[in-house]
Design a protein around this ligand. Structure first.
Ligand SMILES: Nc1ncnc2c1ncn2[C@@H]1O[C@H](COP(=O)(O)OP(=O)(O)O)[C@@H](O)[C@H]1O
Ligand SMILES: [Mg+2]
Length: 218
């Protein structure tokens, strides 16, 4: 038992700075506990998770405590598995265009809640997307460790670049440089390259704008 939680000690996730365990609250509800040695970083993650509006595409925050000098972040247990690793080292079976787009839109809907409280996720990559049964409706963006305060358009450009890289990876199964990627659907390719436009004035400035563009392909 850690505080009031019964913990299954088989690790369900390993991050660079953490170990994640499955646990149960006294009512028997399944939860995830992320254990982190860096208390300050963990407190920041907890604060952000506690502030964002609830979304089907983000895990819910439940509790935070310090035990054995380590931070414990208690959140919703997310079903399914992480989509991969980094953009460079992830190879996936190619996904159909409507599925790739639906996944990308739901990632955007999730991180839009973060943008609303003034942060970008800043670490959107396959590793931080959990998906169950390849169902876009059962997707969650996780890991708010390095979320960054929005100070101008620069942060949003970077965030939307990462999301477009994700979509390109889903469509093509792997990703080298998005700028030299050949897209079967050229109009979709143009949308995904918008956040990389040399003319920064041309770039989308919100998740919502990119969602609207992507919805036109569904
Ligand atoms: N709420 C959760 N439910 C289920 N598994 C999780 C949950 N949070 C994290 N994990 C698992 O643990 C791994 C590491 O978690 P993450 O928050 O990304 O840590 P880090 O900040 O170290 O990257 C994830 O890739 C995932 O497999
Ligand atoms: Mg992670």
């Amino acid at each position: 038992m850690w505080r009031k939680y019964t913990v299954d000690l088989d690790i369900i996730g390993n991050g660079s700075y953490c170990k994640v365990y499955k646990a149960y609250n006294p009512e028997g509800k399944k939860l995830a506990i992320k254990v982190m040695p860096d208390i300050e970083v963990a407190e920041r993650e907890a604060k952000i998770m506690n502030r964002y509006e609830s979304s089907p595409y983000l895990p819910r925050y439940y509790d935070f405590f310090i035990l054995n000098k380590k931070a414990h972040l208690v959140t919703e247990y997310v079903k399914g598995k992480s989509m991969g690793g980094t953009f460079q080292n992830t190879v996936l079976p190619k996904m159909d265009e409507p599925v790739s787009i639906a996944i990308t839109i739901n990632v955007l809907k999730g991180i839009e809640k973060l943008h609303k409280i003034g942060y970008i996720h800043d670490d959107v990559k396959p590793k931080n997307i959990m998906l169950y049964k390849n169902d876009p409706e059962q997707l969650k963006v996780i890991d708010f460790n390095i979320a960054k305060k929005i100070t101008g358009n620069k942060e949003m450009h970077k965030e939307l670049q990462d999301v477009c890289k994700l979509c390109a990876l889903l469509l093509n199964g792997s990703l080298e440089d998005i700028r030299s990627t050949e897209f079967e659907n050229e109009r979709l390719g143009a949308v995904l390259l918008n956040p990389f436009s040399p003319d920064e004035e041309e770039r989308y400035t919100s998740a919502r704008q990119l969602i609207h563009q992507l919805e036109s392909f569904l």
